[in-house]
Design a protein around this ligand. Structure first.
Ligand SMILES: Cc1cc2nc3c(=O)[nH]c(=O)nc-3n(C[C@H](O)[C@H](O)[C@H](O)COP(=O)(O)OP(=O)(O)OC[C@H]3O[C@@H](n4cnc5c(N)ncnc54)[C@H](O)[C@@H]3O)c2cc1C
Length: 410
């Protein structure tokens, strides 16, 4: 860091995908930016590490599709600025019982957003993917073109590099302990080794630590529950590797119902596919169990049914651990902290296990909120904190909850 420099236009707290994308956006617009990260950059203790995240444009909630389209464009723009790619496009499949309220909501959101899609019955899906994935009777598949896989650690590294190239100061191994109002305006951010930095604006993107950090700093308890979740990789039977690879045209997928399952074609580890349950067990981010979540037996049964012996379903090839930060309605929090900090402190959190794909647009929104007080062209009502005043459960959803209903069983 530059000697003696402690005044910034924007201070971003948390160097995961959301913080690095925000720092890129603010520095790109010519604002002196400081990014503070508690651990080493690219560490594996939060939510943004690892080898793959799904991008899909289909959501049961109609308000996410346009954000995905904007993000898709911004991923491509950042890649071209960086000179390498972090995202590989594939088709995406949403499958489940034809009467699943979530899948029906996905379909109506495709229609209301004019998203090109195909609805396939088990025979049509069998033909389209040459029998590589099968559906039980009574199930349907919704097939869309904008799916794919993002490389998460590489993507964080890309935004860090782009931000640094635009003059952002990147500081890791620096834990933020508090913030206070500066009498000259803006905020003072206080760190663990006694250092203090002044920011005209501050953006907090602390992932699963969001609730703890904000509560300890200003006494506001955000409705964000950290969850420990498990990623399982499954070996593909010899001779079938090509068919389930990204090069072989296999799609990313989500299976609605109990449990909600998601997966990506083989890419990061040749000959293996990532297939996991969307859920986990509540945790304290600094005292994780690092134990696998429950649901492995139903996952094995699901794999047996869908892949009919083409994947080794007796035991996963290996396991990884990660954290979600869940809001009660699984919608993000993109808002001002308010109170004595008014619009000088912006919050980006509660990404509820589906935020990665949105990082470029979230970074843009958080930068807009910090720098201009509004986010042009984006309707933020579903992401405001005020939604929890009217109802602690937040936004009302007509379709069944995918993650929350499994919380109590972990
Ligand atoms: C297994 C798994 C699979 C997922 N799959 C998908 C998917 O397919 N598609 C998708 O879109 N999304 C997916 N997600 C969700 C996505 O990865 C997250 O929404 C996203 O990574 C959240 O990023 P973040 O920056 O908010 O949090 P993080 O990456 O955790 O970053 C927060 C950072 O803040 C730092 N920090 C915390 N406290 C302090 C402090 N006091 N001082 C300084 N720094 C601090 C932390 O160290 C951390 O680096 C998945 C998540 C997991 C875990």
């Amino acid at each position: 860091m530059e000697e003696g420099r402690s005044d910034f236009d924007v201070i971003v707290i948390g160097g995961g995908i959301m913080g690095s994308s925000t720092a890129y956006q603010t520095s790109k617009r010519g604002h002196n930016t400081l990014l503070l990260e508690r651990f080493d950059f690219l560490h594996h203790l939060g939510s943004s590490h690892g080898e793959s995240r799904t991008l899909r444009s289909t959501y049961p909630e109609p308000y996410y599709s346009s954000l995905v389209s904007q993000s898709h464009l911004l991923w491509r723009l950042s890649e071209s600025e960086a000179g390498y790619s972090v995202y590989t496009q594939t088709p995406h499949l949403d499958i489940g019982p034809a009467d699943s309220s979530s899948l029906r909501a996905v379909l109506s959101s495709c229609l209301s957003n004019s998203l090109p899609h195909q609805v396939l019955d088990p025979d049509a899906l069998h033909r389209k993917f040459s029998g590589r994935i099968g559906l039980p009777e009574g199930w349907i598949a919704v097939c869309t073109e904008m799916g794919g896989v993002i490389k998460p650690t590489k993507a964080v590294s890309m935004f860090l590099s782009l931000a640094s190239a635009r003059g952002a100061v990147l500081r890791d191994k620096t834990e933020v302990k508090g913030i206070r109002r500066d009498e000259k305006g803006g905020v003072i951010v206080c760190c663990d080794k006694g250092e203090e930095f002044r920011g005209r604006k501050c953006v907090i993107t602390a992932g699963a630590w969001m609730r703890k950090l904000v509560e300890s700093m200003v006494g506001v308890c955000l409705p964000i529950q950290p969850l420990e979740t498990t990623v399982w990789y499954w070996r593909i039977e010899e001779g079938h590797e090509e068919g389930y690879s990204i090069e072989g045209g296999f799609p990313t997928f989500a299976s609605y119902g109990e449990p909600y399952i998601y997966g990506t074609p083989s890419l990061e580890f040749p000959g293996m596919m990532k297939i996991a349950v969307h859920g986990g067990h509540p945790c304290y981010p600094d005292r994780r169990s690092w134990k696998p979540s429950s649901g492995l037996n139903s996952l094995k049964e699901w794999i047996r049914g869908r892949f009919r012996g083409n994947l080794q379903d007796t035991e996963p090839a290996f396991v990884q651990s990660c954290m979600y930060s869940m809001t009660p309605d699984e919608d993000f929090i993109l808002d001002f902290l308010g109170g004595e900090f008014g619009e000088d402190v912006v919050l980006g959190g509660g990404f509820s296990g589906h935020g990665f794909k949105m990082a470029p647009v979230v970074g843009r929104i958080l930068a807009d909120l910090a720098l201009t007080g509004t986010a042009d062209g984006v309707e933020l009502q579903h992401f405001r904190l005020a939604r929890f005043n009217a109802d602690p459960k937040g936004n009302i959803k007509e379709h069944e909850d995918q993650v929350g209903r499994s919380l109590g069983q972990q």
